[in-house]
Design a protein around this ligand. Structure first.
Ligand SMILES: Nc1nc2c(c(=O)[nH]1)N[C@H]1C(S)=C(S)[C@@H](COP(=O)(O)O)O[C@H]1N2
Ligand SMILES: [Mo]
Length: 418
């Protein structure tokens, strides 16, 4: 409340801005940010609500935590299908994580159940003749976790724990071939340089994830040292990280130090306890049934789509054309179709798809719209992928806060033009 007894919310509403616009408008002007959303329902904001911070090699990003660093990418960066390195979100689990890497000492070990263990410098990787590229989305398993109802523990991400880059690197399979995988091997374990505290007694002080040796996820995996034509930012895994197109980023191990071939499945904390989802349709369960649910390690990303503009921060004049714009992607087959609704989901029409950067990339979409009537209306977007999967309105719930992919909605205010 101010001295006149008028709340800030009333003032903004008088100016034609809804609650959803409040945080965005405040942040855009670099004002005191709104406190994190702690309301009883799902978070209505597109992104999480926190201070903008500037870390080395980074643009201003939304801070969720500082030790370890977790930063979310603000909405407007998703107008383009390639996320600039400086704007790319950041997530580490262990504190401390690397703040420098000495390349004269850094080596990637390919070891374990192999005939010829390898020790590769960054130069060894860069000079190989099998260096290749892929454009792929890196999305945190917990992206949009703040939508969960009832709420679940973990970083309360809005929609910005994702990004898409052109990754340059060496096929993981090629390194394994060079090392000679021995008979009886089942998985390849990936470990980063980070050492830190996690839950005690669970072997979680190192970040280790494993991919099955059989299967097409490993066929697509790269050890990447390039991101959009430049070295990886330190916070995104310099000097090299794993990229697994189609899979959630929990497998995209950063600051990679060990590629370890295992002759039995990885039973460490990050595979056996964390990042598991119920084996139910869409990985959804209920708080009552969760404890008894059979689970499996999380893997491919379901289809999602996002409206990036208009973002609700300004009134739209009636009769003036605007362009609805955003992105879509899926880890289960290329996006085949995007539909938009300007009446809250009552009627839908097809959006135009932008440049095809590959089946694992963000696909930009756009749809022109001329608002016909003053008042509030809700914009919606939904996508379909080559597997036939289409987004719906049903929420997902699981205790980890993973796999959210419900249809996104954005309220906008249309005002008279005269
Ligand atoms: N070494 C290491 N790699 C890691 C993690 C980590 O904690 N340590 N977190 C993973 C998770 S859960 C996410 S969401 C992504 C985030 O990638 P980014 O920070 O480049 O956006 O890194 C993955 N790779
Ligand atoms: Mo993540």
């Amino acid at each position: 409340m101010n001295d006149d007894g008028i709340s800030r919310r009333d003032l903004l509403q008088a100016a034609g801005l809804g609650a959803g616009a409040l945080a965005v408008a405040g942040l855009a002007r670099g004002q005191e940010p709104a406190p994190p959303y702690t309301g009883p329902g799902p978070n209505p904001y597109w992104g999480s609500v926190g201070p903008l911070v500037v870390l080395p090699q980074k643009a201003p990003l939304i801070q969720l935590t500082d030790r370890p660093v977790q930063l979310e990418t603000p909405r407007h960066w998703f107008l383009e299908p390639i996320t600039p390195n400086a704007a790319f979100f950041v997530r580490w689990h262990l504190d401390p994580h690397p703040t420098s890497v000495d390349l004269s000492r850094w080596r990637l070990a390919v070891e374990g159940h192999v005939e010829r263990p390898l020790s590769l410098s960054l130069e060894d990787l860069v000079r190989r003749d099998d260096v290749t590229e892929v454009v792929a989305v890196n999305q945190c398993s917990g992206n949009s976790r703040s939508r969960f109802q009832p709420r679940v523990p973990g970083a309360q991400w809005g929609n910005g724990a994702m990004g898409c880059a052109r990754w340059t690197g060496v096929p993981l399979r090629a390194l394994l071939r060079d090392a000679g995988v021995k008979a009886g091997a089942v998985q390849v374990q990936l470990e980063g340089l980070d050492r830190g505290q996690g839950p005690p007694e669970l072997g979680s002080g190192r970040y280790r994830k494993a991919l099955d040796l059989e299967g097409d996820a490993l066929d697509r995996a790269l050890v990447a040292f390039g991101m959009n034509g430049e070295p990886l930012p330190l916070l995104n895994g310099f000097p090299a990280r794993v990229v697994v197109p189609g899979l959630f980023s929990t497998y995209w191990v950063k600051a990679l130090a060990h590629v370890r071939v295992l002759d039995r499945p990885d039973d460490g904390f990050w595979m056996a306890r964390a990042y598991r989802v119920p084996l139910t349709p869409r990985g959804s369960t209920t708080p009552a049934e969760a404890a008894g649910a059979t689970t499996a390690p999380i893997s491919t990303m379901p289809v999602r789509s996002f409206l990036v503009a208009p973002d609700g921060s300004a009134k739209l004049p009636v009769g003036l054309p605007v362009v609805l714009r955003g992105l879509a992607f899926s880890g289960r087959g290329a996006v085949t179709r995007v539909d938009v609704s300007t009446d809250g989901g009552a009627t839908w029409r097809q959006a135009r798809l932008g440049e095809d950067l590959g089946p694992y990339a963000f696909r930009a979409w756009s749809a022109p719209w001329t608002p016909a009537r003053p008042g509030r209306t809700t914009l919606c977007v939904r996508a379909q992928d080559a597997s036939g999967e289409v987004q719906g309105d049903a929420p997902v719930w699981n205790p980890g806060g993973y796999l959210w992919n419900a249809i996104e909605r954005q309220e906008v205010v249309v005002g008279p033009a005269s």
